[in-house]
Design a protein around this ligand. Structure first.
Ligand code: FMN
Length: 159
């Protein structure tokens, strides 16, 4: 089964978690970046209203991928505008499965997972699993158990 881990990270926490997931799954990592940075108020406002931000070119064709892991920080209780845009650009994704990983300071993870789940299901994809990590735990290097369980839920697809 070919897995790809696609992530956006502004301050490095989501990146740290996504790197560990990709390494444990021996999966390629796709970093997603905004074309232009914006100030924090614009970031929060666009996230809150479910808007999109232009992203740099990256792999959005899932033709050769069976399972997509998508990872994002929580912004204003929602998914990030960068991830919203990435999802809108995905092609050859119908019939494929996905898992969602969200990273947050303290709240909004459940809602963010539901938002991403709905967006990917609307593109014909099938939800498998989700996980949440917390900034302080990532800083303290105390997130490995969460990642192990998440990775296990994806490895189980091969059985
Ligand atoms: C614009 C903005 C809005 C945020 N909103 C939330 C929020 O609603 N809930 C929360 O728990 N953390 C919130 N955070 C904190 C981030 O989710 C947290 O710092 C996360 O670890 C950042 O991940 P990163 O280092 O990969 O960018 C917000 C951060 C930013 C920049």
């Amino acid at each position: 089964m070919k897995v790809m881990v696609a992530y956006f990270s502004w301050q490095g926490h989501t990146q740290k978690v996504a790197e560990e997931v990709a390494s444990m799954l021996q999966a390629p990592l796709q970093r997603i970046e905004a074309k232009k940075d914006s100030n924090i108020a614009i970031k929060g406002m666009k996230a809150y209203f479910g808007l999109k931000t232009d992203i740099k070119p990256c792999k959005t064709d899932l033709d050769d991928i069976d399972h997509l892991v998508i990872a994002t920080p929580v912004w204003a209780g929602h998914s990030t505008p960068i991830i919203n845009k990435y999802i809108s650009l995905l092609t050859n994704c119908s019939g494929k499965s996905f898992s969602v990983l969200v990273e947050m300071r303290d709240s909004g993870g459940d809602k963010t997972i539901q938002q991403i789940r709905k967006a990917l299901e609307n593109k014909g994809m099938a939800f498998v699993s989700s996980a949440m990590t917390v900034e302080a735990e990532v800083d303290a290097d105390n997130f490995h158990e969460t990642v192990s369980q998440f990775v296990e839920s994806i490895k189980n697809l091969e059985n």
